[in-house]
Design a protein around this ligand. Structure first.
Ligand code: FES
Ligand SMILES: [Fe+2]
Length: 475
């Protein structure tokens, strides 16, 4: 197979005001294979929150690329991540999404392992006539080459040759901090998970979370419901913490010369980004009961940012969407045109019952296949996927809004946090910036090209380039 020319698929010429993507980025099965190999299986991937494995012997299962993985907390409280495959003949060891077990027994031939991944029993070992060479081998579960946790967010990599996690997350860490600091005990997942698939490429979900432009077009039914509730003043109706036409009227920004700015986009190295909308500190947010306390603890700038809507994407597979409510989304690519989503309501540990109830009602309102937004989004992904097979007009025009505004020099809002972005854009409600997607594809391109280079070097018997080199290729 000839080498896929990755650079030819991203028409990236900022000096000419051009950024275009070739549709095959979303529809070519060969590209999907490269993504699995070079992005999901040679890079950091989000696994879950450590609060999902809070107690000794808790475990949770997930995937990294195409491989089953299990995260376990051992009896001493240490967290480890392993390939969820028995060393004997490869059977999946843990079948449930999560649970608690001191000993995991493989269902196939009963080899057993403790919660630290050590072999504890090898059935009929003494009668097995094993060779000394077999005895010299480790029979423990295979640990992921890299596993690290940042503020409760667990990441793993199938390659040891990745940047330190803190460097990989970089400046995006500030927005993990802002989410986690909403509670002294961090974040947890509200019980219950929703899983669904859509017949579309995984990057459609990646983009949509950062896509402000679609909101008023894709979700008119939601906006109409908000308007109607506002008109009727319905007793007991949840006030949504989201920009609807009714909500927009109520917004009052400080008279600081920036009243026309409704929000913006912020891009970071390694494909991470944030889009956000300004919100006043008001009681439509479940955090309102702790507004003063948060200001004292973290300062006014951070507290105010906690009330802004924030959609954070940590490339390649996790999004923390804090808009109508708060949602953790894990993206699992299955094939070039099929993606599985696992979504959870995410919440500060220990919030009051009233705040939790408000959060969950807002969550049900907007999210999930039963909510007012998710089905509208997923049908769009499927329509796009069909269109991405079109060979007649291969270049998409969906990455150009905001190009005249994108700046590497920060903006007054992120500057308050001391955050250094690769690029940021601020503007009015109708800006709908699309430059926020550029960091995805620059990192995507860099990772795919680095993977190709590494494999070529290996084929020549040379060492692979260091992972830090990736940074240089990301503008
Ligand atoms: S495959 Fe697990 S014990 Fe045989
Ligand atoms: Fe949407």
């Amino acid at each position: 197979m000839s080498k896929k020319d990755i650079a030819s698929l991203v028409d990236d010429r900022p000096e000419d005001g051009v950024f275009r993507l070739h549709r095959s980025v979303f529809s070519d099965p060969e590209i999907f294979e490269l993504e699995m190999k070079y992005i999901f299986e040679r890079n950091w991937v989000f696994l879950g929150l450590d609060s999902q494995v809070r107690n000794p012997h808790d475990y949770m299962t997930t995937t990294v690329g195409r491989h089953p993985v299990v995260v376990m907390r051992d009896g001493e409280g240490n967290l480890n991540a392993f390939i969820n495959s028995c060393p004997h003949k490869g059977a999946r060891l843990c079948h449930l999404a999560q649970g608690n077990r001191k000993i995991h027994v493989c269902q196939y031939h009963s080899w057993s392992f403790d919660s630290a991944g050590r072999i504890r029993g090898l059935k009929f070992k003494d009668d097995g006539q094993y060779s000394p060479a077999f005895d010299d081998d480790s029979h423990d579960l295979a640990a992921l080459p890299r596993f690290e946790v940042y503020r409760g967010f667990m990441f793993g990599a199938l390659s040891a040759d990745v940047l330190p996690l803190s460097e990989y997350l970089g400046e995006a860490r500030t927005f993990i901090d802002i989410a986690v600091d909403t509670s002294p005990q961090g974040l947890e997942l509200v019980p219950g998970v929703v899983g669904f698939t859509f017949e579309g490429n995984w990057k459609l979900q990646l983009e949509n979370c950062s896509d402000q432009y679609h909101f008023t077009s894709t979700h008119p039914s939601y906006l109409k419901v908000l308007d109607r509730r506002a008109e009727k003043g319905w007793e007991g109706t949840v006030r949504a913490n989201v920009r609807g036409r009714g909500g927009r009227k109520a917004m009052q920004f400080p008279a600081d010369g920036l009243e026309h700015i409704a929000g913006g986009s912020t891009s970071f190295e390694h494909g991470h980004n944030l889009n956000w909308n300004r919100r006043t500190v008001n009681d439509s947010h479940p955090l309102f009961e702790r507004a003063e306390e948060l200001k004292e603890q973290f300062g006014e700038a951070r507290r105010d940012w906690m009330f802004n809507t924030r959609n954070l994407t940590l490339f390649p597979n996790v999004q923390v969407a804090e808009n109508a409510s708060s949602q953790l989304r894990i993206i699992r690519p299955i094939s070039v045109d099929k993606t599985e989503m696992l979504t959870y309501c995410i919440a500060p540990v220990g919030e009051s019952a009233a705040a939790r109830a408000q959060r969950i009602r807002q969550y049900e309102d907007f999210f999930n296949p039963s909510g007012l937004a998710t089905p509208d989004d997923t049908i769009n992904y499927e329509d796009c996927q069909d269109g991405h097979l079109n060979p007649v007009a291969p270049w998409l025009q969906g990455h150009a809004r905001g190009m005249m505004l994108a700046s590497p020099d920060g903006d007054p809002f992120i500057d308050r946090l001391g955050v250094k972005a690769l690029s940021s854009v601020i503007g009015g409600v109708e800006l709908g910036d699309e430059t926020i997607f550029h960091t995805y594809y620059r990192s995507w391109r860099a990772l795919l090209q680095a993977g190709q280079r590494a494999d070529e070097a290996a084929a020549r018997g040379q060492p692979a380039p260091a992972p830090a080199r990736l940074v240089e290729t990301v503008r």
